[in-house]
Structures are given as C-alpha cells and as structure tokens.
Design a protein around this ligand. Structure first.
Ligand code: ZN
Length: 373
C-alpha cells in the first residue's frame, strides 16, 4: 500500500485509478468530493468512504487505491468510492471542515442537542490564545482529576458527544437546522448509491485515538440485532481486530453511519477506526499490567494534539504558520495522529484493512444477503 500525504497528489492518483469508472465531482469551495462508481452485476456493492474527518483521508485514500488495484478488476461486485468526503479538511490536514465542524456528528442537524458536560470544560479545551506548555499541563491536570474521581467516562462523553453552542471551538457539530455543504452532497451521494438498487456494504474509514495495534469497529445497530452480530463476527477475523466500544454508555449522534443505516435498509454499515497512537509500555498486550497506562497516555496525547492544533489554527497568522517552529511541530504532531509515518504502522493498517475487506467480500453470511430481511 502506498501512503501519500499531499492533497492534490492524492486526488490525482484517485482519478487516474478510476479511468474505467463513472467519476463524479461535488465541489466544496475550491475543493471537491470525488466519487467513483464501478457498476457490475454481482450480488453486492462495496462502498468505501474516506476523509470525513479530513486528515484521516490519506490512510483512507491508500485503502481505496489498494482496493481498486487489487480487487475491483477481479470481482463481479459493484464498488463506489467516496474520496475526500471533507476535502478542505483533508487539504489542510485537519479533522474539521472550513466551518470548524466535525462532520461525523453533523448528519442530524434537525435534532436538539445539548452537552452540559462540555460547558464545564470549554475554557480548558479552548484557551483564548495560542497553545502553550502551560495549557498542556492544565489538560493533564484536568484529566488526572477526572480519573482520580472515577469520572473518565463523564469526560469522554463531554468530548465525544460534540457541542452546538460554541461555533468554531473544539468538537463543534454545526448549527441546528442547517446542513454543512459536505453533508448536503454526501446525502445526495448515498441516495444515488442506494438507487442503483444493489444491497451495499458501507465502510466509513477512520484513523486516530486508539492504540496503534487496534482496529475498533463502530456499528450503528444495537447488540443483539442480526446486523450487529454479523459485523461483530467480521471484526473477529484477527486476534488484534475487535468490535468494541471501550467504556460504552454513551453514543455520539449525527454520524454518517447512523444516517446511512437509518435511511437505507439495504445497507450493512460499519466504521472501522484504525488506532494510531503508540503503546509505550505494553506493546499492545491487553494482559500487560501497564496496558491501562498506555490507554490513558494515548487518550491524553490525542486530546492535547487536537486542542493544540485548533488553537494554533485560530491564533496563527499565515506568516507565523510558515515560520514559527512551534506551529510546525504542532502541525506535525497533529498530522501524525491521523497518519503515522512509521512503516510499522502502515503495515498494520494494510494488514488489518485487507483482512477486513477480504473477510467481508468472502463471508458466506454477507453473501447470503439474509441480513436484508
Ligand atoms: Zn475520524
């Protein structure tokens, strides 16, 4: 698998790989979401969406290109690839779109949404200046306080649920009643795919946040449903691959997979998230006594990179972006949260992704289409 981290190059490579497909572009400002449909007569369609969180789109792009090169020509399945679902974010190396919206929380703009837990953290997550070492220490202190008092889940919920009250600040999910331009176009794209008539497997690829040995599967369906059980089984394909929502108990609303699942009965939907953060002590071994410490360190490290990245974006001029070493190092740390440049991680990603994809495309239960009923 070939990983690149340049937006223009990535788009060009995608378009070149899709010369046999129906290619459609959906402009978003100066950028575009690119979609390729390979329409065939086979039993199913595989849909891969990448880059809904912009910066995560580079690993996703590698997965899409790999699928076109390795699988599309040899299979009678149909395929649709959504490349750069958040193109501006991808070009800028951020999770967010141009309105600072987290698009994977923005598919339910009609819903009322409140997150009081976020309001108590708003100043810590959004210092009113460029990010400094002092802010990092404040974040660590806050994290430790929540941990000491057994309120880590409360902290996670406050963060993962997103917020509608503070535009431009961390974890913003957009304005009520107004869909972001990417969301408007993606809804059209999903409709077009569904109207092609075949049942489809929808994979929304994400990277970040978990330990780099882990592949976590997110599913819209509840445990006990047929679709959940089927996806659970698909994720069991390797000992390091699991379907789990660590510390469950809350759910973010407005995700793309929730939207597709609730609108299209003929879709089997999942979001694989490939962990990117190193495990210093346990080497990914869940039985290691320091595994928990790795989890904590990783969560903190990811949070610090997100806060620092956004603060520097808010408070840097173009000039200082180019010349300040601290901006460069923050930007690099943020980029590595979504696309680590270690060969070892890239091998992890390649192996996990191919295993999951091949498992899906060869699984008897998937092929039986019983999940449609
Ligand atoms: Zn993501």
């Amino acid at each position: 698998m070939d990983f690149i981290s340049n937006y223009e190059e990535s788009v060009e490579r995608f378009k070149n790989a899709c010369s046999d497909a129906i290619l459609k572009s959906y402009p978003i400002g100066d950028h575009e979401i690119n979609v390729a449909h390979f329409d065939r007569s086979g039993p199913c369609r595989l849909v891969i969406q990448a880059g809904l969180h912009g910066a995560e789109g580079y690993a996703g792009s590698a997965a899409i290109i790999d699928t076109i090169e390795q699988v599309v020509g040899k299979s009678d399945w149909s395929f649709s690839f959504i490349h750069g679902a958040n193109p501006k974010g991808m070009a800028e190396g951020t999770r967010l779109n141009q309105n600072y919206v987290d698009l994977n929380r923005a598919f339910a703009s009609d819903l009322e949404h409140s997150n009081p837990g976020y309001n108590t953290l708003v100043d810590i997550l959004n210092p009113k200046h460029r990010f400094t070492g002092k802010d990092a220490i404040n974040l660590i202190k806050t994290f430790v306080e929540y941990k000491k008092s057994g309120r880590v889940n409360e902290l996670k919920e406050a963060i993962a649920m997103g917020q509608r009250e503070h535009p431009g600040l961390l974890f913003y999910i957009g304005q009520r009643g107004i869909d972001e331009p990417e969301v408007i176009n993606l809804k059209k794209i999903y409709k077009r795919i569904a109207e092609k008539g075949q049942p489809f497997i929808f994979l929304d690829i994400h990277t970040g946040f978990f330990l780099n040995e882990q592949l976590i599967g997110f599913v819209p369906q509840a445990p006990g449903t047929q679709k959940f059980d089927l996806i659970d089984k698909l994720f069991e394909s390797s000992p390091l691959t699991s379907l789990e929502q660590p510390d469950e108990g809350f759910r973010a609303v407005g995700s793309s997979i929730d939207y597709v699942d609730s609108h299209y009965e003929n879709a089997l939907v999942m979001a694989p998230e490939f962990g990117t953060v190193g495990s210093k002590f346990s080497n990914g071994n869940k039985d290691h006594p320091l595994y928990g410490l790795d989890q904590t360190t990783m969560q903190l490290s990811a949070l610090i990179r997100l806060v620092a990245g956004l603060q520097n974006r808010h408070y840097s001029t173009q000039e200082s972006r180019l010349f300040t070493p601290s901006y460069k190092s923050v930007a690099l740390a943020e980029r590595r949260l979504f696309l680590p440049d270690s060969k070892k991680w890239q091998k992890f990603f390649e192996h996990r992704f191919r295993t999951l994809r091949d498992k899906i495309m060869n699984d008897e239960e998937v092929l039986s289409l019983n999940w449609l009923s």
